[in-house]
Write a new protein. Structure first.
Length: 443
């Protein structure tokens, strides 16, 4: 949340409403007539220093991993591997972003997660896996056994721990953006997508280098087989592993603050499951093609389907939370009675943005989109308070979100009210002219 509040539209005076009955802190709704939110001014210099430090470290990791991969694959192999590995990335990112449509997380978190997976986690994995495999080969004098142990034991532990670090950092330092199952799935998915991207460059580049050496090409080449196995058949493999870690952190985020042991054990449980599934997947190759297809068909595909169902169910649950938690703010005069119903429907949300864009342009649609995000965050904040997980900054955070909503209310409220009626979520008599002479309910 930016501390500097942009005001693209003139603000309306807060309505004077009767005082609410005395209730618990998280049951009381602030009176619009009695306060003005004043955002705290952060030390922007220190925030900028932290941001640039992270960017610099990730960039250095990226340069090192780029040099290592290019050294192993050669220039031509690197270019081919990069082009082929890039193909599934937009699709995976779009799929995870689609899951996050109810309360979209900031792109800076997701880009950090992707960059961490592609640069930092991949660099840690390459160095640690190589060192461990060489050490085992030297200690046992059996290079083939060392490769097997490295793939089935060392690699899952190192890689999943390195990817989990990104989820942990966002969980600790961007806590207000980490509120539920969907957030854990999306952050973990972006991290794993970045890691798989770099790993695929290495595998595809090495395959192309081998084909060049032996003069193979076409569908019978190692490059084609690697592309089918890693990009077409199992692009979701790494995301599936790391999502288990993300769910563990999400479960911890949904646990009351005083349950410190549970909040510590849940992420560790998720990481342990991720390592176990990763080890099973890598170990399937030891048993040849039959073992690979058996694990793929009997375990990986059902697991992916189950996690997909869980993510979609969690998104629907978030919409129900919005519908049940926002009515008190409508009763207090902050929002219109139809808005909770519109905000709990993805179709109504889209229709509201489209209506605002059609009448007032892209700036209005952006204001409606921001309003929807703030309202959703407000509903989740209130839901966590009812579950006994309200932080000490609950009141300040609530007022901050309400302030941002109020800045956009005169644009977003008519659009959402119209969307609620147009989608059949609520039936209200059509008002007089809306949207500066345009009646959205006409016809």
């Amino acid at each position: 949340m930016s501390d500097r509040i942009r005001q693209p539209y003139p603000t309306a005076p807060h309505p004077a409403i009767p005082a609410c009955d005395e209730q618990l802190l998280f049951d009381a709704v602030p009176q619009p007539a009695r306060w003005r939110y004043r955002p705290r001014r952060a030390l922007w210099r220190s925030a900028a220093v932290r941001a640039w430090t992270v960017i610099t470290l990730l960039a250095l990791c990226g340069l090192v991993i780029l040099a290592l991969v290019r050294e192993q694959t050669g220039t031509e192999g690197f270019v081919v591997g990069l082009a082929l590995a890039l193909l599934p990335v937009p699709l995976l990112m779009a799929a995870f972003r689609w899951l996050d449509r109810v309360e979209p997380g900031p792109w800076r978190n997701l880009l950090f997660a992707f960059a961490w997976g592609a640069c930092a986690a991949a660099l840690i994995a390459i160095i640690a896996n190589s060192f461990a495999t060489q050490w085992i080969a030297t200690a046992t004098a059996d290079p083939r056994s060392a490769d097997t142990i490295g793939a089935t034991v060392i690699a899952p532990v190192v890689e999943e721990s390195a990817k989990a670090a990104a989820v942990l950092l966002i969980f600790l330092f961007r806590r207000k953006d980490f509120t539920g199952i969907v957030d854990g799935v999306v952050v973990a998915g972006f991290t794993a997508t970045g890691f798989a991207f770099t790993e695929n460059i290495l595998y595809l580049g090495n395959a192309f280098l081998e084909d060049q050496e032996f003069g193979r090409s076409g569908f019978g080449s190692v490059t084609a087989a690697t592309f089918v196995a890693r990009v077409l058949m199992s692009p979701f493999a790494h995301p599936l592993f790391t999502v288990l870690t993300g769910i563990g952190f999400a479960a911890a985020a949904l646990t009351a603050r005083h349950r410190k042991l549970r909040r510590t054990l849940l992420p560790l449980l998720g990481l342990t499951l991720a390592i176990g599934v990763h080890a099973l997947w890598n170990g399937s190759a030891v048993f040849g093609p039959l073992g690979f297809y058996a694990v793929y068909g009997l375990f990986m595909v059902p697991s992916f389907a189950l996690l997909t169902w869980l993510a979609v169910w969690s998104r629907q649950r978030e919409l129900r939370t919005v519908e049940t938690q926002l009515p008190p703010y409508a009763a207090a005069g902050w929002i219109s009675p139809a808005e909770p119903l519109a905000l709990s429907s993805m179709r109504a949300r889209t229709l509201a943005r489209d209506a605002a864009a059609r009448i007032h342009g892209s700036a209005a649609a952006r204001a409606v989109s921001e309003y929807e995000g703030f309202a959703t965050s407000l509903a989740f904040l209130r839901h966590r308070a009812h579950q006994g997980m309200a932080g000490p900054d609950f009141t300040a955070r609530e007022q901050e979100l309400l302030h941002h909503m109020w800045e956009r209310k005169h644009v977003a409220s008519p659009a959402l009210t119209y969307a609620a009626r147009a989608t059949g979520r609520v039936r209200i008599p059509p008002p007089h002219r809306d949207y500066e002479g345009y009646n959205p309910y006409r016809g």
